[in-house]
Design a protein around this ligand. Structure first.
Ligand code: PLP
Length: 380
């Protein structure tokens, strides 16, 4: 249907073969392949513990639960992110407290606004490295130390991103990744929690599978006959089919991120000459995973018309994100009490253009030509 979709997976024969092998092995659920996936991801991040789970939302939920976050607590988080971020806090009985983004150029959470919102109820800061561009972690870490707060990194956009030579996912107390179909590493559904803290890791491992002390896998291997339940847990297990895809996708990650970077560079060159739109993250000193490519339209441009124009020319676009505090559900929770002026202004003007590793340079030329055409028509 689309001439150029918003994203495309980078699957080929290798993922098919990996799944095929798992099917023929006779062991489908969480087992050896998941263990291998966790070990390889831990190696990749340079972190002690990695726990693979059902999806990124489950990862965030477990991260919050493992810090004993619950009723009466507040967690500071961005509103310009996927709703799962705030939901994962609200699931525990704690309240998400939204902080504004830094600027029109830096769409990550603002350290200044974080500090403004800290109070005696604040227990943690949940950051999200928007588009794969790392948050200002030096300042955020200072705030966390000053007020004794935990840091949870939502790294759904950021596998392979780096800040001061350290991988995103190792910059706080716990990190959560998602392997949903449109992420830089895709397994369909899937996610991981990563931490250097032994206690936290132990708790998350238990909670991933009903709080049970042994797994089906241990019992099948004759390592155990029975089990105890020592935590209130969930079924947030991944399966070996997805872990097998994850291993292949992890191998491709660096090359794929490089391809994304090249495409973004080309986009920037082509769009730089145009009036009426700017490109956020113009001044990035860290390494990005280039998860998405957002542009910011001038206030006088009608975004729906813009997106409709691209749609007619076969180009799929999206919005990352409608701010969480403006969703009906969260308006009801907060009785419409939130004002986040930069988030609100920017969220009305953001458009995400297609970006995926196997996009062709001609695709970018075409998209930029269509945008140019639209903007030129505005002038007459
Ligand atoms: C995708 C995403 C999630 C949720 O991950 P799922 O695997 O879909 O549950 C959370 N936060 C952000 C920023 C995301 O992009």
């Amino acid at each position: 249907m689309w001439k150029i979709p918003l994203f495309e997976t980078s699957f080929d024969k290798m993922e098919i073969e990996a799944v095929h092998n798992v099917i023929y092995s006779g062991w489908l659920t969480m087992g050896d392949i998941t263990k291998e996936f966790e070990n390889r991801f831990a190696e990749f991040l340079g972190i002690k513990h990695v726990i693979a789970v059902t999806n990124g939302t489950a990862a965030l939920h477990l991260a919050n639960k493992s810090l004993n976050i619950g009723k009466g607590d507040e967690i500071i988080c961005p509103s310009l992110t996927f709703v799962a971020g705030a939901n994962s806090i609200y699931y525990t009985g704690a309240m998400p407290v939204f902080a504004d983004i830094e600027s029109q150029d830096n769409l990550c959470i603002s350290p200044t606004d974080i500090e403004r919102k800290v109070n005696y109820r604040t227990k943690a800061i949940q950051v999200m490295h928007y588009g794969g561009y790392p948050c200002d972690m030096d300042k955020i870490n200072d705030i966390a130390q000053k007020y004794k707060l935990y840091i949870i990194e939502d790294c759904a956009h950021a596998p392979g991103s780096e800040y001061n030579g350290k991988k995103c996912g190792t910059l706080g107390d716990i990190a959560c990744f998602s392997f949903f179909s449109n992420k830089n590493m895709a397994t369909g559904e899937g996610g991981i929690v990563a931490t250097n803290n032994d206690e936290i890791a132990k708790k998350i491992r238990l909670m991933r599978s009903h709080g049970m002390t042994t797994l089906t896998w241990d019992r099948a291997r004759g390592h155990a006959f029975s089990y105890d339940v020592v935590e209130l847990g969930f079924n947030y297990r991944i399966d070996d089919l997805r872990s097998a895809i994850g291993l292949v996708q992890l191998n491709k990650l660096q090359t794929n991120n490089k391809k994304r970077e090249q495409l973004v560079k080309l986009y920037r060159i082509k769009l730089d000459e145009l009036n009426y739109c700017t490109i956020p993250f113009s001044n990035v000193l860290s390494i990005s995973s280039y998860h998405i490519f957002p542009i910011l339209l001038d206030r006088k441009i009608n975004r729906s018309e813009f997106m409709e124009y691209l749609k007619k020319r076969g180009i799929q676009t999206s919005i990352h994100y409608p701010p969480i505090h403006k969703f009906d559900y969260y308006c009801r929770i907060f009785k419409n009490n939130y004002i986040l002026s930069i988030t609100e202004d920017v969220a009305k003007r953001l458009v995400t253009l297609p970006l995926y590793p196997n996009m062709k340079t001609e695709d970018i030329y075409y998209i930029c030509e269509v945008i140019n055409e639209f903007l030129k028509n505005l002038e007459v």
